[in-house]
Structures are given as C-alpha cells and as structure tokens.
Design a protein around this ligand. Structure first.
Ligand code: HEC
Length: 437
C-alpha cells in the first residue's frame, strides 16, 4: 500500500504526450477546445452556478487559458480524483479528461490560445432545465421550512437541518432529485441522510470499525447533490428503502459570493408502486477507523478500516470521507481465498465530496466472507492548503475541526443464487474485473 500512495502522489504530474499528428496541426478554440469544455466543464462553468467563471464562449475562456492549463495538468479540474492506473476504471459519473484531452488544452494554451475559424464552433450544449423534475412527478417533495441565509462574505458554511416529511408508510424509492430553488450559485453540495424514529444521532447509525452488516437496515445515506450532477435513478430491480416516520437531514456546504442570499431546495422522492418490492435493496454505510492521531506537521499518517461481508454483495459506489487534513484513500477487497485486489484509490480534496459510482459492468461483485479494507492517509503539514492549523494535534471526531477517516459505501446484498447469476452475466460480457476466481 505504501507504493500505492507514492504512486498517487506522483500521478498528480500527468505525463502529457503529443502525437506527431498533433504537432503539425494547430489546436484552436472552436475546433478542438470548445467540444472538450462542453463535455467536461460547462455543466458547472456557466452563468449562475457556483463556479467562478463561465467557459461557454471564446471571449469568456481566453483569459483563463493559463489557469486552465495548470488545473487540468494537476488533475484538479474537473474535480475527479480517482487514480486511473489502479483498480476499477469504469464509472457511471466519470467527468475526468483523457490524457489526450489534457494534451489538447495544454497545447492550445501554449500556442497563445488561438480562436480559430468561428465556423468550426459546435452548436451550444443544451442543459436540462434546472428547475424541472427529471424523475417524473415525485410522490413526496420536501423543502426547508425556512430559507437559509448565506452572508455576503464569510468562510464556507456547513449548516445541518432536519425536516420531517410526515411519511406514514414504508416505501421503496426508485429515484431521487434535489432542485435548488434559491441560491443555486451558493450551493457547493448537499448530502441528505435518513433518520429513523428514535435515532438521535444526527446522521443516523453510521458504523465504523470492524463490524458485521445488518441486512435489513434502511441505511442512513439518502442522496447527494452537487453542482453539475443530475438525479439518482436506481437501476431496474433495485431501490432504497424508507420507513414511516423517517426524517430527512440536509447537510449543506454553502459558499458566500458577495451578496446576502437566501437558499432553499426541493427534494423529490419517486417511489416504486405501493406493494412492489424490488429485487435488491440498496443501502449505504460508512466504514473506517477511529484510530486517527495526527501529530503536528506530520504529512503522511495512515489509518485502516475493515468490514466483513456476511452475504454476497455488489458494491455500487465508493466515497472517501475525511475532513480538512484528508489526503488520499484506497479500498481493497480481501477475498475469502486470501487474494487481495485493489478496487479504487483516490486523492482526497476536502472541497469536493466526490462519490465514485461504479459502471454497471464494473461494479465489484464480492462473495460472502470478503473483507473490505480501506486505507486512509492524512496530511497535517503546512503543505496541505486546506489545513487550518498544522501546529495542532488532531484526533477522531465528528466536528469539522476534528478528523474522520472513513468511506461511504453503497451496495446491495444478494442470495448465493443471485450472486452466481450476476457473476455469469459479468463473465458473458467479458468484463470480469474481480480476480477471486
Ligand atoms: C463539478 C463542477 C465543475 C466542473 C465539471 C469543472 N469545474 Fe472548474 N471549478 C469549479 C468550481 C466550483 C471552481 C471554484 C474553485 C473550487 O471550488 O475548487 C472551479 C475552478 C476552476 C478554475 C480556477 C478558477 C480560479 O478562480 O482560479 C479553473 C481554471 C477551472 N475551474 C477550469 C475548469 C475546466 C477547464 C474544466 C473542464 C475541463 C472544469 N473546470 C470543470 C467547478 C467545476
């Protein structure tokens, strides 16, 4: 694992390769750059969003050419921090650039950011109406009773609000969407969780350490909203369970932008028909370690978490979770036969709570008895630009000033028969990525 970290850190400097064909051709904005911006940047970089500038036209983009070069080479933009050289390579929500696309942007900036022929400009990308439901008409719509008010200036703010939607029956959720109705440019991200009646911990029964999973839990995680992200629609035959009386907790990450702004959202839940039970219940939990002890100025502190699976499972997503001193996290599977496989490694950027959703054909299929192992690294040195105080000794805790060392995982359990069928289907697609057989 030490070598993995060394690799993660060195992967920041991406090798930019030029092909002979590219060396001869001039790279222009209209022909080469605009299509990349449309596909990878404009979901966030357009008017009225939290991103600091729009990248729709040549005039808007030209002044940022150097900064774009720096951010894409460092793989800081777009915000996607998976190490592409280890583990699973296919994700449903991958917004990253290929090495080729990075090379094109770099070449364009180095050539003085030429516009090229206006006739080469692709038609503008169309975006879905930000205020429209894309999941159909929701069965339940939840909003904050009172707007949050973001000050004109100030540090980022993480308010935590719980709402009781008055659910009177247990249902399976088929799709979830969050629509910001006020203060869209101030909302960096929102994480929602489910709080069962009688559960007084704010984020429900998060589990850490080496524990066995409870198979009937509704889970705690509900949905995540981030700038540029669409609704969550569960794959046919799967859904999230929500029980009567469950409250919804909204954890906001808000950002001041010069004007005092009210913020509010709509959370829409679309249910499966009454009485319908999906084949698989998607749930989420955290696993990790509370053994976090960061001495002042230590740049590379490791902690480990373990979790054993009591039934076969399909892992749907991986979301590293640390606080300001988080640096990187890996997850590996220790199979019952003793083989170990790295599933994913990611750099950690506190500002971006990225959730990495595995592609359907690549999501790990894990036999019963598999132990999931997460390895987390923290950086308490002044090299970490998010570190508010490198002189402090920091230990585990829920407050933002403390540290956490964990991962959120979404998964569903299967019977042995279902697992065999999924494995066979995977094999048939020649996409087998797990190595336990
Ligand atoms: C998921 C949303 C998102 C996507 C996708 C995205 N950006 Fe950004 N970008 C942001 C936000 C928000 C910021 C403000 C700084 C921050 O929060 O990290 C930013 C900052 C930047 C900056 C630094 C601006 C400054 O003030 O110095 C550059 C340059 C940039 N982005 C370029 C790009 C490019 C080029 C792409 C596509 C290849 C891209 N971004 C994709 C959201 C995004």
């Amino acid at each position: 694992m030490k070598s993995t970290l060394t690799f993660l850190m060195s992967a920041v400097a991406v090798a930019v390769m030029f092909t002979p064909a590219m060396a001869q051709q001039q790279v222009t904005f209209t022909k080469d750059v605009a299509p990349i911006l449309q596909q990878h940047c404009q979901a966030c970089h357009r008017e009225g969003t939290i991103a600091p500038m729009s990248l729709l036209t040549y005039e808007q983009t030209r002044p940022w050419a150097k900064s774009i070069k720096a951010k894409v080479i460092a793989r800081e933009m777009p915000p996607w921090f998976i190490d592409k050289n280890v583990g699973i390579r296919q994700f449903n929500n991958d917004i990253s650039l290929t090495d080729q696309e990075i090379a094109t942007l770099v070449k364009w900036a180095d050539a003085g950011a030429p516009q090229g022929n206006p006739a080469d400009m692709p038609p503008p990308r169309q975006f879905p109406d930000a205020l429209a439901w894309q999941i159909g008409k929701p069965d339940v719509v939840i909003s904050l009773q009172k707007d949050l008010v973001v000050k004109a200036a100030g540090p980022d703010w993480w308010p935590d609000i719980t709402v009781d939607p008055g659910l009177t029956e247990n249902r399976y959720i088929q799709a979830i969407q969050i629509i910001p109705t006020k203060g869209y440019p101030n909302i960096h991200h929102i994480r929602t969780s489910m709080i069962k009646p009688g559960d007084d911990g704010i984020h429900g029964g998060a589990v850490d350490g080496n524990v066995q999973l409870d198979m009937t839990q509704q889970g705690v995680f509900l949905d995540e909203y981030a700038i540029g992200k669409g609704p969550d629609v569960f794959k046919d035959g799967s859904g999230r369970y929500i029980t009567a009386g469950t409250k919804i907790n909204f954890e906001f990450h808000l950002h001041s932008n010069g004007t005092e702004t009210p913020v509010n959202v709509l959370l829409g839940l679309k249910f499966y028909p009454k009485g319908y039970t999906p084949k698989y219940t998607v749930t989420s939990m955290t696993m990790g370690s509370r053994q976090v002890d960061l001495r002042p100025h230590e740049a590379n502190v490791r902690s480990d978490g373990y979790l054993s699976l009591i039934k076969p499972a399909r892992l749907l997503s991986f979301q590293p979770h640390m606080h300001t001193r988080g640096k990187a996290e890996c997850i590996e599977a220790i199979y019952p036969n003793g083989k170990i496989e790295t599933l994913s490694c990611a750099r950690f950027e506190f500002n971006w709570m990225n959730n990495y959703v595995y592609a359907d054909d690549a999501a790990p299929l894990l036999p019963a008895g598999t132990i999931l192992h997460t390895v987390m690294w923290h950086d308490n040195s002044s090299e970490n630009r998010n570190n508010p105080d490198p002189d402090a000794q920091i230990t585990y805790g829920l407050r933002t000033v403390d540290e956490m060392s964990s991962a959120w995982l979404s998964y569903y359990y299967m019977s042995e028969e279902q697992f065999k069928a999924e494995l066979a289907e995977r094999k048939a697609k020649q996409q087998t990525l797990t190595s336990q057989r």
